[in-house]
Design a protein around this ligand. Structure first.
Ligand code: NAP
Length: 269
């Protein structure tokens, strides 16, 4: 396995197991990520992400478009205002590409079922390869499945040692929905987690590498973000060690149910 290894989603399309998260990163860091071997870029139309920077990297052709996997997301105000189609084409233009590999509903804002139906159409028209959701809890996924025809290929949701929504993870497993862990390092909170120091030492790896490996072995994909070249490289160097079953259970047990970012049942943006 390596950065180019892809797994199959429930719609038959392939997705790399490790991507590069682009929230608040400078454009040069995106280029670095591609140069060191990342092929999957995770962005969003929300302002703190940088679709324009990702678009520049795509346009630079450092990596041919057909070797890249590009994910972007529909923001909440566009969902509420019924602007799915317009917002999608705005993203496409900024990303300087003719199609998106994965398009996600960023948060379950009011109107998400209608937005999903529009995304199904865009997928049929060939503009989007795979469609999915982000920050959906079990109740949101149940509601969506009850009213639509395409099961999401992906739920990109917060998963890290300190926060594991077991109910949502189990629902995804039962319905063949692949999970991508956003903020896999808890926005940096867990990069020095005391409880993981001895495991990192045992494998001669960093704590972030242990966390990312734990997620991969649980079948959860990761999109870590770093602005620093050595960490960008480190966060992809995950394929030369294997945690034992007991070690996976130990990291599971660190769950504190503490979110690092917004609660999908209670957000005000
Ligand atoms: N769908 C959603 O709603 C959603 C929400 C949040 C995040 N995401 C996605 O998930 C990606 C990652 O999330 P995130 O950026 O919030 O947090 P994260 O990846 O969990 O953590 C990033 C933080 O950890 C530090 N870090 C990264 N690698 C490190 C290493 N090897 N050693 C030490 N420190 C390290 C980074 O600092 P430096 O930059 O200084 O290295 C940064 O402060 C985002 O970019 C985005 O693509 C999605």
């Amino acid at each position: 396995m390596n950065l180019e290894t892809r797994i199959k989603m429930n719609d038959g399309n392939l997705i790399p197991m490790v991507g590069y998260g682009t929230i608040r990163v400078p454009d040069e860091a995106i280029v670095t990520a591609l140069e060191v071997g990342y092929r999957y870029l995770d962005t969003a139309s929300m302002y703190k992400y940088n679709e324009i920077g990702v678009g520049k990297a795509i346009d630079s052709k450092i990596v041919p478009r057909n070797e890249l996997f590009v994910c972007t997301k529909l923001w909440t105000n566009d969902i509420r205002e019924g602007r799915t189609r317009e917002a999608f084409f705005e993203s496409l233009k900024k990303l300087k590409t003719e199609y998106i590999d994965l398009y996600l509903i960023h948060f379950p804002a009011e109107g998400y079922v209608q937005a999903w139906k529009e995304m199904e159409k865009l997928q049929k028209e060939g503009y989007i390869k795979s469609i999915g959701v982000s920050n959906f809890r079990k109740s949101h996924m149940q509601n969506l499945l009850a009213q639509t025809t395409v099961v999401p290929a992906i739920n990109e949701m917060e998963v890290n040692p300190g926060f594991q929504d077991i109910e949502a993870l189990n629902f995804c497993k039962e319905h063949g929905i692949t999970v991508i862990a956003s903020a896999p390092l808890g926005e940096g909170r867990y990069v020095q987690m005391d409880e993981l120091k001895s495991l990192a030492k045992k494998y001669d790896k960093s704590i972030p590498q242990v966390i990312l490996r734990w997620l991969l072995q649980k079948g959860i994909l990761v999109v870590p973000k770093s602005t620093k070249e050595e960490r960008i490289i480190d966060n992809a160097n995950l394929f030369d060690f294997t945690l034992t079953a007991e070690e996976l259970i130990f990291i599971d047990s660190l769950n504190k149910n503490e979110r690092s970012y917004a609660d999908p049942d209670n957000f005000d943006f």
